[in-house]
Design a protein around this ligand. Structure first.
Ligand code: PEP
Ligand code: MG
Length: 558
């Protein structure tokens, strides 16, 4: 049992959400006495034992397949994969080998599973996480052999926080989110099956919580799926926190768009995409268009520049799903620095983040940009999509003007990214030559704070809540307001639900993000008025630190 000196356990956060409920500890072992009795009875011939194994493994596989038919999405694929693994010939051959060596059937199944578990663990990544599936198959096969019921999760009435060493896909796939309000496991990583299914069901979840199964069953705990903690001694405000969080999650689930504040001020919520497949997924959701298509991500593995016709096909795949429903902002190649592209990037730069990257590549290789613009124009014409085109890493108004001329010559709408502080300071002049601006807060923050966006120990500086960054955003948005032209955000800052009202208060007209982040941002904006957004912006700009800014804004909004 967990003792009083460790009242807070921590682990890896997987699905955010704050929940207060009693713990139900899952034990999924087959009765050891029944197994021992079965092993003692034994079989006359190894063939008989193998036949018994095959019958049990087939029954287990059929059980998974039946459950897969009634499940959907990730749960269904996880169950089908387990059915396949239970029927695996390699596993059967390994069991047979141990039987022929004179071992009992229970021991042979155990040894075969162990052999495959070691193999999968050695492969790492997703394969390593399939070890959980193997162990579940083992338990179920042994239960069949011993004539015991298959192990499973037996959740009591009311709500529970389900705690287990690890949960098998067959356990998690059948969970009822009305009763299981949080999942906590000792093992597993963020890509484990428990994590995948918790995400699909929207159940707050933590994995890798050492000591979790030692919590006494029935203990009332506060699970915070964002902070990654289980508090065994929740304070007096725990119930209120959990209730407020439940209301927030319900609002996110119910949000249907379009993006607007509670009093109707429109804010376009757009998707960041990388290729045709992500664009089709985004179009199936509630976004109003694409705010950033990172074209360089289509060519990371290419040694040679793709021909115009091939590029046009790639771009058309992204444009087509949005034809007739909002615009698509195509960004020209942002090659260099953290995204090297073999056919474009300059080799051996001392400091690539400050080197020849993005639009700067066009200076000594103008054909690269022109051929890409030709391909975008062909794709726009072919699909009929409202196509906007923007350049990355623009620092001067002259660069913006040259780029805009090339884009306009092809009948497209030009814009530039604001990622360099110089561009933010000159936003009013930029808007004399282009039709829109899109702020890349990832790079704008890196360059404003002189802090590498990839350096974990500089994370306190590479924070878009830094008031210097917010000032640059304010200057850019104000320039847009004066010119009557749109200014959006397409960096990670757009996906922060607490920051969204601040950005709107600063005058930002669209937010572009990973589609999965849209409902939380949309629900937040739908809960505040434009006036509150103005107040939030003022508070964030005036804060001395990101932490102070977040606290002040949370107080205003909540
Ligand atoms: C940014 O810098 O914020 C941006 C959107 O571009 P990327 O992340 O691709 O550099
Ligand atoms: Mg950038």
């Amino acid at each position: 049992m967990v003792t009083s000196h460790s009242s807070v356990l921590s682990g890896t956060p997987v699905v955010p959400g704050i929940v207060l409920a009693p713990v139900h500890v899952v034990r999924t072992e087959v009765d050891p006495l029944a197994l021992a009795a079965f092993e003692r009875r034994g079989f006359e011939h190894p063939e008989d034992a193998l036949a018994a194994y095959e019958a049990a493994a087939t029954a287990v596989a059929d059980g998974y397949a039946r459950r897969a038919e009634t499940a959907s999405g990730a749960a269904a694929s996880v169950l089908s994969a387990s059915a396949g693994l239970a029927r695996d010939k390699g596993l059967r051959v390994a069991v047979e080998k141990h039987l022929r060596a004179g071992e009992g059937l229970v021991a042979s199944v155990g040894a075969a599973v162990e052999q495959f578990a070691t193999l999968f663990s050695g492969m790492g990544g997703l394969m390593a996480e399939r070890v959980t599936d193997l162990r579940d198959i083992e338990r179920r096969v042994l239960a069949h052999l011993a004539g015991e019921p298959e192990p499973g999760v037996d959740v009591p009435e009311g709500t529970s926080v389900l705690v287990a060493a690890d949960l098998a896909p067959s356990d998690t796939a059948a969970l009822d989110p009305a009763r299981v309000v949080a999942l906590v496991t000792e093992r597993g990583g963020p890509t484990s099956h428990t994590a995948i299914i918790a995400r699909q069901l929207g159940i707050p979840c933590l994995v890798g919580v050492a000591g979790a199964t030692g919590i006494a069953p029935g203990t009332l705990v506060l699970v915070d799926g964002q902070a990654g903690i289980v508090d065994l001694e929740p304070g007096p405000d725990a119930a209120a926190r959990a209730d407020a969080d439940l209301a927030r999650r319900q609002a996110v689930a119910a949000w249907t768009g379009p993006g607007r504040t509670a009093d109707g001020h429109p804010v376009a919520l757009l998707a960041n995409v990388a290729d045709g497949s992500s664009a089709r997924d985004a179009a199936a959701g509630q976004v109003e268009g694409v705010g950033l298509f990172r074209t360089e991500l289509c060519f990371l593995d290419r040694r040679e520049e793709p021909a115009v016709a091939e590029q046009a096909d790639v771009y058309a795949e992204v444009l087509a799903p949005f034809a007739g429903r909002g615009h698509v902002v195509v960004r020209t190649l942002d090659a260099g620095s953290d995204k090297p592209i073999a056919f474009a990037t300059h080799e051996g730069e001392e400091n690539p983040a400050l080197g020849v990257r993005g639009l700067r590549l066009a200076a000594d290789n103008p054909g690269l940009l022109e051929r890409q613009l030709d391909a975008i124009a062909i794709a726009a014409e072919r699909t009929g999509a409202d196509t906007w085109v923007m350049a990355p890493m623009v620092a001067t108004v002259q660069e913006a003007a040259d780029f805009a001329a090339l884009v306009r010559a092809r009948g497209l709408k030009p814009g530039v990214m604001v990622e360099v502080p110089a561009a933010a300071l000159m936003a009013h002049r930029m808007l004399e030559v282009v039709d829109f601006l899109s702020i890349g807060t990832n790079d704008l923050t890196q360059y404003a704070m002189a802090a590498d966006r990839l350096a974990t120990d500089l994370a306190h500086l590479t924070d878009p809540w830094q008031s210097a960054v917010l000032q640059l955003i304010a200057i850019t948005a104000e320039a847009g307001r004066t010119a009557g032209k749109p200014v959006g955000i397409c960096g990670e800052a757009a996906a922060d639900p607490l920051l969204a009202p601040v950005l709107v208060g600063l005058g930002i007209t669209s937010l572009s993000m990973a589609p999965a982040a849209v409902p939380a941002v949309g629900a937040r904006l739908g809960s505040v008025t434009a006036g509150l957004c103005d107040g939030a912006a003022e508070a964030a700009l005036g804060a001395l630190s990101p932490a102070q800014g977040r606290e002040a804004v949370a107080k205003i909004l909540e």
